[in-house]
Design a protein around this ligand. Structure first.
Ligand SMILES: O=c1[nH]c(=O)c2[nH]c(=O)[nH]c2[nH]1
Length: 324
């Protein structure tokens, strides 16, 4: 039997048997190439209620030979310009329901179209457009007008591979900046000759949350709704009840409780990572100025960007491996 064109093609491009490479004392340890920040707006015009997704897309490919790098042979190179065109053409063909779904479409396209592509990594950042709600219009969300609301970024990284593991889907939230004026303390920490910070029984707590989670299964996941759920869980654990709030004994504990809630609520999430910088707001010391500002000061603070604490933890399910 004759080999199929595909088998033939794969053989011709069998991983790196070039003599240059065999004789070289060096090896390429890692590689990828692609196009970054491909800006695309997709408008879904089905019916009078339009939906939009404005994205910046990055596509990076790994080929099964090094002949492009080592020999300058471009015959396998899917030009980064073609990768950019692919983003627009797939948006037109399949629409953009969510960053993750679109990234999966783009990544899987590169694997199925080009037999010599070993791995495709698609990074997507979504612009934070939200439907306009006008107070005097019965709060009805607008059909086709949107407000840029940069309260938090939605991004994802999708990696699809010819070999196992076949896919990794990671979603993330960046830049979720929050502050509360009470219901936060930090006391009873190590007390030794290096300590100068007093116990803080009622302090300002402010942070800019970064959070990413990896899915163990993406079948029938509504990525937009999971992203919103994770954001709501973070805000609930930070802010709590609108009247009484929620007590935080440390950034560490607040971070952990959010991660735990996400694993409790979204079974498809295998592992979650969070980083919370502790944006310090120190009380301005009015003691030397009693004539001008008598009494205690719990109203005027000095916002201090640097240095800042950094609190980080990754929480996973005991029975699952992850790439985070
Ligand atoms: O919540 C906190 N955790 C810390 O580890 C820490 N360290 C610090 O100086 N302030 C705080 N606050």
């Amino acid at each position: 039997m004759f080999p199929s064109p595909l088998q033939n093609y794969t053989k011709l491009n069998a991983p790196t048997a070039f003599s240059h490479e065999q004789q070289s004392p060096y090896e390429i340890v890692s590689k990828s190439y692609g196009k970054d920040a491909v800006k695309v707006l997709h408008v879904n015009r089905r019916g009078p209620v339009h939906t939009i997704q404005e994205l910046e897309v990055g596509t990076h490919l790994k080929l099964n030979s090094n002949k492009d790098y080592v020999l300058g042979v471009n015959s396998d190179v899917v030009a980064t310009d073609s990768q950019k065109n692919t983003v627009y053409l797939l948006a037109k063909k399949y629409g953009v329901e969510s960053p993750e779904k679109f990234a999966l479409i783009v990544g899987n396209h590169f694997l199925s179209k080009y037999a010599h592509v070993e791995e495709a990594h698609v990074h997507v950042e979504a612009y934070p457009w939200q439907r306009i709600h006008q107070k005097n219009q019965q709060s009805q969300p607008h059909n086709h007008a949107f407000l840029f609301s940069p309260t938090a970024e939605h991004y994802c990284d999708v990696i699809v591979r010819r070999q196992a593991p076949k896919q990794t889907v990671i979603s993330g939230i960046r830049g979720l900046r929050v502050l509360k004026t009470t219901q936060s303390s930090f006391v009873n920490f190590v007390d030794d000759e290096y300590r100068s910070l007093a116990d803080q029984s009622d302090r300002i707590f402010s942070t800019v949350v970064e959070c990413a989670w990896e899915y163990s299964c993406t079948k029938s996941v509504d990525f937009l709704s999971v992203w919103q759920t994770v954001k709501d869980i973070i805000l609930k654990n930070f802010a709590g009840d609108p009247n009484v709030g929620i007590y935080s004994p440390s950034v560490q504990n607040t971070l952990y409780l959010s991660e735990k809630d996400v694993l409790d609520v979204v079974p498809q999430v295998a592992v979650i990572t969070m980083t919370m910088p502790n944006k310090h707001y120190f009380t301005f010391d009015t003691k030397p100025f009693q004539q001008v500002a008598p009494g205690e000061n719990n109203e005027v603070f000095i916002p201090t960007d640097k240095p800042h604490g950094t609190i980080h933890a990754v929480l996973g399910r005991k029975d699952l491996k992850s790439h985070l």
